[in-house]
Design a protein around this ligand. Structure first.
Ligand SMILES: [Zn+2]
Length: 229
């Protein structure tokens, strides 16, 4: 797999599944670096970018998917045993890595960890991007938008910095082709006190959406703010 090809430093570890107790072996990425700027949706640069398959573990016995198979909320087992969960994991129309992230997202949602569930859906979108599956990537992004909206209503933290959640949500909408909603999201926070780097990203996302650009862009491309802004 291409993503593993660039992984320079990895090791394997045995993990005991939180849901079924079975042990399985998983690749754990170590010492990833970040050279350059992240994408507008926070996707990191290399080498961290290529460690993505190690961000989610799937139990070969019961299908539980999680960032760490050994951990999880008590309710996780209930989600894993549902027919909807099994159908999601078995969906051959999406890349298996995207399914693992979506399954992890479903478990976290079932355990009310809505912000974390949203981020797992974002990672699923990136896995679809890498597989060239644009429709599936769009579905994952809209799932992430919905989960982040619920997370914010539940006062869960989606991003650390003020306006960070809005920047991510606006870019998810833009990448999914929802240009007007992306622009509206940026405009809705234009009067809020937001740090300059985030404000730059927000402006750039809106500008890209205004010209119908759905592509991936680095945050380093965002033009500096003018004195008036
Ligand atoms: Zn298991």
């Amino acid at each position: 797999m291409r993503l593993f090809g660039a992984m320079t430093d990895e090791r394997r570890e045995r993990v005991r599944c939180h849901v079924c107790g079975a042990e399985s072996e998983h690749v754990v990425a170590r010492r990833a670096t970040e050279e350059g700027a992240p994408d507008l949706d926070t996707r990191p640069p290399e080498t961290l970018r290529s460690t993505m398959p190690a961000w989610v573990q799937r139990c070969p016995s019961c299908g539980y998917c999680a960032p760490d198979l050994a951990a999880g909320a008590p309710r996780a087992a209930r989600v894993v045993r549902t027919a909807a969960y099994r159908a999601l994991l078995a969906d051959a129309t999406r890349p298996p890595l995207a399914n693992a992230f979506l399954a992890s997202s479903a478990v976290l949602e079932g355990c009310a960890a809505l912000a974390d569930a949203g981020w797992q859906a974002v990672y699923a979108a990136w896995a679809c991007d890498d597989a060239g599956d644009d429709p599936a990537a769009g579905e994952c992004r809209l799932r992430a938008v919905a989960l982040f909206a619920d997370a914010l209503l539940a006062r869960q933290e989606v991003a650390v910095d003020p306006g960070g959640a809005d920047a991510v949500i606006a870019d998810l909408l833009r990448r999914a082709g929802r240009f007007e909603e992306a622009i509206a999201r940026v405009e809705a926070v234009s009067d809020r006190p937001i740090l300059k780097p985030t404000r730059r990203v927000l402006r750039y996302v809106a500008a890209l959406a205004a010209r119908g650009d759905r592509g991936a862009h680095s945050s380093a491309e965002a033009p500096p703010l003018t004195p008036a802004s």
